[in-house]
Design a protein around this ligand. Sequence first.
Ligand SMILES: [Zn+2]
Length: 249
Amino acid sequence: MLRNLTWVAILLSTVAAHCVLAQNLAGTGCGIRDGVLVHGLRSGRDIALTFDACPTRNVPGFAAAVVDYLSRESVPATFFLSGRWAQKHAPALKQMAAIPAFELALHGFAHRHLDGTNPADIQKEIDDGRATLQKLGVAPAPLFRPPYGETPAALAQAARAASVTPVLWDVAPGDPDAHQTAEMLERSVLQHTRGGSIIVMHVNGRGVGTAAAVPKIVNALRSRGFNFVTVSVLLRACQSDSTTPRGNP
Ligand SMILES: [Zn+2]
């Protein structure tokens, strides 16, 4: 009898967790889908500015102006760095690691597609990226942005094994597109950003409008009462939020 009641309780809590999760994606809480953080608390004003460093072949491969501006203005930001990018940009990596407002996190090693792979391959991509950063003197936060935003079912198991939380975004202005001007990027970000938003742009030099857009975006969002925090801070607020289901990040 007791065992039956326990099973009923487990079943009910599982159903409840799924209901809360569904509500959170559209409501006031955090957005967490299959263990992947999509956005922070909608009810607050904290937001996260994030930049990916993908291992593009293009020269220069590093948007120094973006980092210089954020550093000068002490704007908290989270950078997801692929191992292969880090190997080629050691001075930039060192510069970013020395800026207290910045958080450095994982973007795999070779920027592999994760769709169609197994948990072991995904874990290797995460671990190889982390080992490369550590070898270069950086202690990355346990956050992983999957290359191309691909989140196959196998990601959850791999992320648990690698002790990382996968992080996507809910605002993607598409800055690597050469047709996106700074004005278009700014307009897109302002249109879509809400409390808890995670904004993704790129710091590997592909975005032609990125460096010009970032100061405008930061100023405009601050004037609207938003507060920039790192993804780790956003995630901690999710973990202490009573509406966020247990077992998720
Ligand atoms: Zn990337």
